[in-house]
Write a new protein. Sequence first.
Lengths: 233, 233
Amino acid sequence: MVTYSEKQLKPIDEFCPMWEVLTQEERFYLRENTKLQHFRKNEVIYCEGETPKFMMCLVTGKVKIYKDGVGGRSQIIRLIKPVDIFGYRAFFAKEPYLTSASTIESSSAYLVPMQVVEQIIQSNNKLALYFIQSLASDLGVDDARIVSLTQKHVRGRLAESLIMLRDNYGVESDGRTINSHLSREDLANYSNMTTSNAIRTLSNFVSEGVIAVSGRNIQILDEEQLRKISKIG
Amino acid sequence: MVTYSEKQLKPIDEFCPMWEVLTQEERFYLRENTKLQHFRKNEVIYCEGETPKFMMCLVTGKVKIYKDGVGGRSQIIRLIKPVDIFGYRAFFAKEPYLTSASTIESSSAYLVPMQVVEQIIQSNNKLALYFIQSLASDLGVDDARIVSLTQKHVRGRLAESLIMLRDNYGVESDGRTINSHLSREDLANYSNMTTSNAIRTLSNFVSEGVIAVSGRNIQILDEEQLRKISKIG
DNA sequence: GTATTTTTGTGCTGTAAAACATTGTTTTAA
DNA sequence: TTAAAACAATGTTTTACAGCACAAAAATAC
């Protein structure tokens, strides 16, 4: 198997498809101003209240976007996977960061100064439309999430999270194990419940034969049933 | 006092500031393709699942964007006031509507076909940037709302809603009465609680001298205290 | 002006889920 | 290689809130 470090990393404009609409000139400008940065596991990338300066494009690893609420309880808003971009919303809204971002495993990301992004948008309408679509999609996800997190019961919320994790991060070579190894706490913080309840409900799902669990590895055994729980619960 | 119908209504490009960035040609094109439509109280403007065709710009009245969740419970996602635009997100995300929109009082809105909006965006970067900013702001509001609605207690959620209503719709001539007359049910659906709890908590606030209530009129008497309840609760 | 529906107000009950406590297990670090 | 910290598992207690049921008041229709 070839590890990441052995491969020649593509420059940012070839690395993710969103930049395909750029002219050669714009691509060069983007490349010249982008730097690659590595982050250790559980390293904070940016914090709520900071001024947004860079847009990040995740190259390897996994990142959580979260918000600390009442009484130290943290809510994970969304999860980032490689080639996803993040950290640009607050800049466009002309606000300080409203959320924080932290790696959940060792990660690396391309950092693009937001002024550079803004400048290219001003000269390239297709890129502008890409951002419009991206923001509009995220907004739709958030709208749906508001209802799920407030109305569904613990079982339904956890089932939905498991399906999301599978859809977002995919499965390992066995075709079943979710390619994401969140701690019970992160799983709880994503699903708006206590860690105890995430653990409890997970074991219930195991007893019911819906999933199989081994440490942080989770296999979906009965997707049909999991979807049913997500929908009704 | 001059009522709405007696005034000469401005054309859409002069009516809300977002179109100021348009050229004369674009303005004419926009004007030619826009129609004004009236909606009765509690009339549905669009429904979840429908294909988005028009962007709406609210001229008079109030509109709620909501989503029907588990067991008939409805969650109001956001409230629209005149000059606000709505109904465009799903088109940009290339999805069917994920939410529904309904008036909460007699309203009128300019309807602009989304193809027209898209076409102008393609030729006018400033308009594109306006939409980027608008979507980014809404996304920030949603992110914050996810945490408020899931972590705050009933009192905190209701207090937050009252402050939002005041900030969004302003006050009447007495300088105190919130210029919004939602039913207890709508107030509950916005704040993620049952109608009973909205009523109960509202009376508690009255006993505590934080607000005064007369039918659907709500006055904020002690804003300091209301903010405290919103923050801690 | 009366009937009917909708909205509002209040008390009571059951329960889902948080909070807390305890113990075992794995990972990290000294 | 043992101590310490973080994580996982499970049982018990507490509580915030939903879910009724019912009555009164207001809005709307007839």
